[in-house]
Design a protein around this ligand. Structure first.
Ligand SMILES: *[C@@H]1O[C@H](CO)[C@@H](O)[C@H](O)[C@H]1NC(C)=O
Length: 195
């Protein structure tokens, strides 16, 4: 009744269905494991943030037409343990420290900048205890001014699994800081009183 090609087709359809089933099973169980390990509720503390501003005129630092651009850098402490993000299906974890703020030109729209990031490939290395660490990146805004902005710092992560799509999340705990120029005396053109 059945021709050979029909048989092969039925078999390969079954194989495909089976592979899909395994795929979904792997993704679902590794997700469940992450939830059981409270991966999505990992606490983090971001402390001791010190901000500084550099004026850069290079276009590699966001300057346009040689107009000085305020570049923001920070020093920070970070304490967290991301080992709950690791299980048999975790290839590596990309973790990054962001600052979120509302734009001045378009309030209500959130902007996000990334100051620091790290790739963790082993659960053994997932405990981060950083002190007075320098941001990796200088960040700037599309608008001229960065000083005076209120940034909410958060530690975000994504898991790159062996099988399945990227999984995004963020650690619990944030810190809101106003960016200052970071210069010793933040006083412009202070006039000496001539008594
Ligand atoms: C910051 O954390 C607090 C809890 O500590 C939370 O209520 C608040 O929504 C968080 N803020 C943001 C912008 O995520």
């Amino acid at each position: 009744m059945f021709s050979l090609s029909q048989r092969i087709q039925t078999l390969s359809n079954q194989a495909l269905t089976f592979a899909c089933f395994i795929f979904v099973f792997v993704i679902a169980t590794s997700w469940l494991q992450l939830i059981q390990q409270h991966a999505f509720m990992t606490p983090s503390s971001i402390d001791n943030i010190k901000t500084s501003i550099n004026l850069r005129t290079s276009r590699y630092y966001g300057s346009m037409n040689g107009k000085p651009k305020e570049n923001s850098k920070i020093l920070f402490d970070l304490n967290t343990d991301l080992s709950p993000l690791f299980n048999w299906n975790t290839k590596q974890v990309f973790v990054y420290l962001t600052g979120e703020y509302e734009g001045q030109l378009r309030p209500q729209t959130k902007s996000e900048v990334t100051y620091w990031d790290k790739i963790i490939t082993k659960g053994d290395n997932a405990k981060l205890q950083l002190k007075n660490v320098r941001s990796k990146y200088a960040v700037w805004d599309l608008e001229e001014v960065f000083v005076g902005r209120e940034l909410t710092f958060k530690l975000k992560w994504n898991i790159q699994p062996w099988i399945g799509p990227l999984i995004y999340g963020e650690a619990n705990g944030n810190k809101t800081i106003t960016i200052t120029s970071g210069k010793p005396a933040n006083v412009k053109n202070e006039k000496k009183s001539s008594a």
